[in-house]
Ligand binder design. Sequence first.
Ligand code: FAD
Ligand code: SF4
Length: 510
Amino acid sequence: MSDPKGFLKVRTRHEAQDRPVAERIRDWNDVHAQSGFQPWTQEQASRCMDCGTPFCMTGCPLGNIIPDFNDLVRQGKWEEAYQRLSMTNNFPEVTGLICPAPCEQACVLGIHQPPTMIKADEQAIIDQAWKLDYVKPMPPQRLSDMTIAIVGSGPAGLACAQQLTRAGHTVVVYERDDEIGGLMRYGIPSFKLDKHLIDRRVRQMEAEGTVFRTNMEIGKDVGWDELRSRYDAVVVAIGSRVPRDVTVPGRGLDGIHFAMDFLPDANRRVEGKEPINGIDAKGRRVVIIGGGDTGSDCLGTAIRQGATSVTVLQINPQEPTERPDNQPWPTYARLYQPTTSMQEGGTYEYNTDTISFTGIEDVAGSERVTLDDTGLASGFAADGSGHVTGVKVVDVSGGKDGGRGHVAGTERVIDADLVLISTGFLHPDTESLLDQLPVDLDGRGNVARNPQFETNQDGVFVCGDAGRGQSLVVWAIAEGRSCASAVDRFLQGASELPAPIATTQKPMRL
Ligand SMILES: Cc1cc2nc3c(=O)[nH]c(=O)nc-3n(C[C@H](O)[C@H](O)[C@H](O)COP(=O)(O)OP(=O)(O)OC[C@H]3O[C@@H](n4cnc5c(N)ncnc54)[C@H](O)[C@@H]3O)c2cc1C
Ligand code: SF4
């Protein structure tokens, strides 16, 4: 039972402080000055009204039992709060940091007051739980004789692995990278998500019995068909990494890269490892095409690397700051929420489309030339090679949902030595999978599955971005948990593992 008058006594949120911008852009450490349990955490948790119908829970794909843990936080019952939270979420240290918290948009208090601080509560609980040594490995009490291979160690693969290991199966996670974590390891920068959080979880999972094999690319080092013949079930959790390109004239110029060729290098350098592509923003005029999560991470990274300027191009208009009528409570509204990277510098240009790239030939004494809209320009090598010098852009009229058009006369060139494309991801890279274990794909190129997360290949399952398409960590964890339940049922005929979402479930939007 929550404090019935809590929300009347405490009417505002107490947001945690971030480190000063001037300080944090000089390092790669967590941007937050305050996180985890704070002096105001319990008072804030008392604002939860313990609603008869907790709409907040409908906003969370994991079905976190939010009113229960809010009240346990209010009372400072950390061990019970941790037990409650870990029933539904395998990695609250990650969602507590980087989840966009759709639950808070669905909070009933949010109708007339700022919503409760659910995400911060989640972070406080797991922080306290680690500090007070409540987080212990939970190895199974009894082993089945079933074996499962999980391909991909992002949040979907890891959640699936942890659930199935705890259910008593022998689980091996195969990862082509040299470290576990998927996009949490090499996509999301360490100033947003410190990598020791992943290492700590991996140690817990190893102690429970999950086996990890890194530097193993399935389809190359071991065939998909061979893997299927060796294991009782295979889970495809390979993420969705084929990037959407910007196919305009000049795309072949040097200095134009996909975001996911840039971000992993930056993360590798922070870990003291050799970069793979050698891309560095130091001293460069950077233009980032695409302003979502990935674009924002490129921005914060480029600033830390010492870019001389950063411009982020966003084809859509800036989101509204207040809920528009067509996105009413409790749906997830697309609102303007400046990221910590956006507070650090750079310029956002909204309603802006890319027409072409301008470039300079790689020959001594060559002159800068601008490509016209057909891609033809004098001064270019016949094969269009050279180095990028700018991005030709134009204003766009009309909104995201209305018809868009270029505004004549607004064409201009933004100087650039480094262009990063972060316009989203199309689908998973399924080339070797289709060759060796021909699964069906859906209309978008994702791996198709039935409501039991199973592909058309017997005993081959898919979860996370590979099946759902590019999404969020919270959805990936929910997918991994539901898929684990389906695999367990496939192997044993029944399962007690929870299945928080269906394959077709989507964020609550109108
Ligand atoms: C830059 C960036 C920032 C993001 N920021 C956020 C954020 O702030 N908040 C949020 O909620 N979400 C964020 N996301 C989205 C989120 O990271 C993904 O939705 C989530 O990681 C998907 O999890 P997954 O397990 O399905 O796939 P992934 O995390 O992509 O993991 C898939 C893994 O499979 C491995 N793999 C692929 N093929 C093979 C193979 N053949 N053999 C072996 N291993 C293989 C890959 O190396 C990878 O490690 C971000 C995404 C990006 C790109
Ligand atoms: S995982 Fe995300 S949506 Fe779920 S309770 Fe935590 S912050 Fe909210």
